[in-house]
Ligand binder design. Structure first.
Ligand code: S3P
Length: 169
């Protein structure tokens, strides 16, 4: 299932889709560890993601994210979850080519429901429903481009989704 080296599974998809929850279940099933790039960024920068966005701006965050993805893909052999916007970087998409990448998918209505209309996430601070529509429109093709498999998450438990991911790879 895994490639010659690198992560056994890479999860991509929008924020709130359950990458971390499903990733932990998957890691458990595979007897390996879970890692996620947002956590790595917080650990190395000493700042919360929202602080980085507010104090340093999104371009700075994207640079930290680019580096975090490269490091994690090189070092980690377990399950890796990427932040929802990581696939916007062309170099990151190239790095993911040929790897066991799974797109965890949900629709806009579900995204709004799961993250809440007043979510504290920096990208959804203003007009979340409209922002979700734009984000999905922009990113869905990118998730699809990098993914070896697409797994729908709506109406499924994290365990069911993890099973579907294992079946798909
Ligand atoms: C973002 C998703 C977040 C985090 C940041 C930006 C995005 O990660 O990286 O808030 O651009 O979609 P999760 O997908 O893990 O929530």
């Amino acid at each position: 299932m895994s490639g010659p080296d690198g992560p056994a599974v890479v999860l991509v998809g929008p924020m709130g889709v359950g990458k971390s929850t499903v990733g932990r279940v998957l890691a458990d099933r595979l007897g390996t560890t879970f890692r996620d790039t947002d956590t790595d960024i917080v650990a190395t920068s000493g700042k919360e993601i929202s602080e980085i966005f507010i104090d340093l701006g999104e371009p700075h965050f994207r640079e930290l994210e680019r580096q975090a993805v490269r490091t994690a893909v090189a070092e980690h052999t377990g399950v890796l979850a990427l932040g929802g916007g990581a696939v916007m970087d062309e170099g990151t998409r190239a790095l993911l080519a040929g790897r066991p990448v799974v797109f965890l998918e949900m629709g806009v209505a579900e995204a709004v429901r799961r993250t809440g209309l007043d979510a504290p996430r920096p990208l959804l601070a203003v007009n979340p429903r409209q922002r979700w529509r734009e984000l999905m429109e922009q990113r869905r093709p990118l998730y699809t481009e990098v993914a070896r498999a697409v797994v729908a998450t709506e109406g499924r438990t994290p365990e069911d989704v993890a099973d579907a991911v294992l079946d798909a790879l």
